[in-house]
Ligand binder design. Structure first.
Ligand SMILES: NC(=O)c1ccc[n+]([C@@H]2O[C@H](COP(=O)([O-])OP(=O)(O)OC[C@H]3O[C@@H](n4cnc5c(N)ncnc54)[C@H](OP(=O)(O)O)[C@@H]3O)[C@@H](O)[C@H]2O)c1
Length: 303
């Protein structure tokens, strides 16, 4: 039996991890998140409220649970908000990692830390695990600093880096490119979509699986855990329209410079997955298969 504690259980990745890990017969799951449990069901795991910015709480709960593995997915993930609320961002994405590392050291737990393609400047994607980080946003900088805390610790650790995660989660207002394109075209709206950014969009279920494979094998080092295709948002929009049989003529091409956003975005990221495939047996869905997974989870009125 492996005892796994996850942080950020109410988030998109967190919810998918709870789904996946409660189905594993050899896993004893402790799901932690800030405040009340917002997960749709309570069976098959233990819930503990844990604010990752509260050092005493992190040390007390991880010290009490004594997990074999901690999967640390919680973070301040709103890139524009991080640019404005720098102190809050640093507390959640860097100091919190210091507390988790300290707690893992005290309990000898293996740490799986979740990170992002936004640690790169996006000049030369797709990237492998050895590429040099050079963040261009405060979020990216904070996540790189979080990685650095993990890499310089004396723990047994892994870093799971991911890219543009999409999926459907319970009780979350957050949309994603697939739902946005689908809704806009169904409403007959014209949309402008960027052609000069490249990403490997990641189905949230695939990210959860990648984290689990790492946790199960306690595989050390950095792993790219993303979708397998490098696409522009425009290409993602066309694939979405095609899948749902919607009118692609409503989709216009645009440059990223058309949109004003608070934080800068790396133009060309995307990941090379050779290491994760070989070492972990990671095998993600295609974007089209990911749309089908998401479509199967829509409530009847949305489908
Ligand atoms: N989403 C993406 O496109 C993307 C891309 C690359 C990397 N990542 C990384 O993937 C990981 C998972 O992201 P996600 O997509 O699942 O994001 P998410 O849905 O925003 O989930 C993050 C969770 O972290 C929780 N959290 C924030 N501060 C906390 C605190 N002080 N104590 C406890 N929990 C706290 C949030 O809690 P509340 O719900 O209470 O706010 C939220 O549920 C993150 O590390 C992120 O940096 C995400």
């Amino acid at each position: 039996m492996k005892r796994i504690l996850i942080t950020g259980a109410n988030g998109l990745l967190g919810q998918k991890l709870v789904d996946l890990l409660t189905k594993q017969p050899n896993v004893d799951l402790i799901a932690t998140a800030r405040g009340a449990n917002r997960l749709p069901y309570a069976d098959g795991y233990t819930y503990r409220s844990m604010d990752i910015t509260d050092r005493q709480e992190v040390l007390a709960i991880i010290g009490e649970v004594k997990p074999d593995v901690v999967i640390h997915g919680a973070a301040m993930t709103d890139v524009d908000k991080c640019e404005v609320q720098k102190d809050a961002c640093w507390a959640q994405n860097v100091h919190a990692v210091e507390y988790i590392v300290e707690a893992c050291r005290a309990t000898n737990a293996f740490l799986v830390h979740v990170s992002t393609d936004f640690i790169f400047d996006g000049a030369a994607g797709p990237y492998d695990e050895t590429a040099e980080a050079n963040p261009i946003s405060f979020y990216g900088w904070s996540k790189q600093a979080g990685e650095s805390v993990v890499r310089h610790s004396d723990l047994r650790w892994a870093i799971a880096r991911t890219v543009l995660v999409y999926g459907i989660a319970h009780d979350m207002s957050r949309s994603n490119i697939i739902l946005w394109v689908k809704k806009s075209l169904e409403d007959g709206k014209n949309i402008k979509v960027v052609t000069d950014q490249w990403r490997s969009p990641t189905l949230a279920e695939d990210l959860a699986m990648g984290c689990y494979l790492i946790a199960d094998k306690e595989a050390e080092g950095i792993f790219n855990i993303s979708g397998k295709e490098v696409l522009t948002p425009y290409e993602m929009a066309i694939k979405t329209a095609d899948y749902f049989g919607l009118d692609t003529s409503l989709i216009a091409q645009a440059d990223a410079s058309t949109f004003t956003q608070v934080a800068r975005r790396p133009p060309r990221t995307g990941f090379i997955l050779d290491k994760s495939r070989t070492v972990l047996g990671y095998d993600p869905h295609s974007f089209e298969e990911g749309i089908a997974v998401l479509a199967s989870q829509l409530k009847p009125k949305e489908a």
